[in-house]
Design a protein around this ligand. Sequence first.
Ligand code: HEC
Ligand code: HEC
Ligand code: HEC
Length: 456
Amino acid sequence: MKKTLTSILILLVAAAAITAIYRFGFRKSIPEAPVGEQVVSVLKQNDCFACHSMQPELPFYAEFPVIGPMMAGHVEHAQKFTDLETAAADIDNIDEVALSMIEHSVITGQMPIPEYKMIHWGTGFNKKEKALLASWIRDTRLARFSNGLACAEFAAEGIQPVPSSIPFDSEKAEMGKRMYNDGRLSLDGTISCASCHILEDGGADESSDRTSEGIDGQFGGVNAPTVYNSYFNIQQFWNGRAADLQEQAAGPPANPVEMGDQTWDDIVARLSEDKALVKEFEALYPGEGLTQATVTDAIAEFEKTLLTPDSRFDRYLKGDKEVLTTEEFQGYENFKKYACATCHTGVILGGRSFEYLSIFEDYFADRDDDIEYNADDDGLKGFTGKDSDLHKFKVPGLRNIALTAPYFHDGSVDSLEDAVKKMAEYELGKDLSDAEIASMVAFMNSLTGEHEYLRK
Ligand code: HEC
Ligand code: HEC
Ligand code: HEC
């Protein structure tokens, strides 16, 4: 046994020495090429795809005892975190989240993980590579993701301020607002969108129940997300099954647990008994009139007005440095340092990707026994049917997060403290100090924005 270990060790040192000579000698150079290709080359030369790939090419010693299982564990965590190889395949169209992931690894210099660097001397970004990546990240942000609202210092920050408005049709939005509050969308007239997305209260369900109460006192399987700023979600619902707000709005009225066992034909027929309403729809949508498509379009138009600008954090991004307390500022620094800002990035600090819940620990195994595993827990897989999407959820945005407890798709987390703790444990494998947690909660409390409907 001892002999085998010694020979493994000698082999490893020899392999490390050879690759180091190779890397330091001539391989690690940045090619003359468009910047995107240079970036891919840098990632490749630092072995990022050795672990962050769905089909990693494992070296010969992946078969060895001790090292083999250790490597498999690293690759599994790395894959669940981010598939950089796929992101690199279309580098010029890289998404915000993958960009923030790469940024995090450039700033911290932590990647590859220490155990890997130990036997792959020369991996890890050098100064020149870091400079190239940093300027590429900055340029990509400015060209594709910045909205021009932050001050010069934060123009290329991953998180951007919420705009005070986006283009929308005011007459349709006005109609959408009426439909949003109209109980006639439900079978028995008792439930409207506003029953579960209370605009005065953060746009989510006001009750402390895990999930919301729909028609006939029935409860659904997941926690209601906020409608505020939902425009910024890449897709709608925890599992992304609606492509946009219009498609989303068609869901609840025909959902037996939410607004009743009915079809849109039933709903349109019921609404059409109101002749004045029919006339108004004909004027608003010439040639179409009152239909499922126009009712849901109006609601989606209304939802474009549900933006919450001017949070204290946004005022900070816009250049008012004094507005955050020291603790809140520290919280933002921690939020970035601990990679929270990789998944929770963009205007709403989330909503841009589907990420694996349980990267380090099994969330569902640890969950309170009172909650039975159900189809909603499958996450994205429930929509795509792909096994690799099991337990992936749309990353929730964190705007106005202080107003929308309880948290997580299952509504099982009551406080922000607990949400942060669980995120650190399950997503990052980290045990944060109480002070670090408190600072991040303070930071998240500064994300509450303003809207005329929001109760002050
Ligand atoms: C030996 C496998 C391995 C290699 C090689 C590797 N990683 Fe990782 N990576 C991991 C693991 C494991 C994690 C999970 C977090 C941890 O353990 O620190 C991770 C996490 C990450 C994360 C998310 C969290 C964070 O700390 O930033 C990013 C981004 C990342 N890696 C980027 C990279 C980049 C860029 C490279 C190439 C320079 C790279 N990784 C090379 C294994 C690897
Ligand atoms: C009975 C409560 C209930 C009613 C009524 C209801 N919703 Fe929801 N809403 C929810 C729940 C629960 C979810 C999450 C469902 C899921 O992801 O599977 C949700 C999700 C959403 C989302 C997606 C947000 C995101 O971040 O993915 C939007 C937008 C939304 N609802 C708008 C509406 C509109 C518009 C109406 C009226 C047509 C409506 N809701 C009626 C409970 C309700
Ligand atoms: C790998 C991606 C990823 C990372 C890293 C991450 N999160 Fe999350 N976060 C998620 C996902 C996915 C959910 C939804 C979980 C669920 O629905 O069960 C979530 C949920 C949350 C929620 C609850 C939001 C709500 O409306 O229910 C908070 C708060 C949160 N994260 C904060 C953080 C903090 C703080 C960190 C850093 C310590 C962090 N997250 C790191 C992906 C991530």
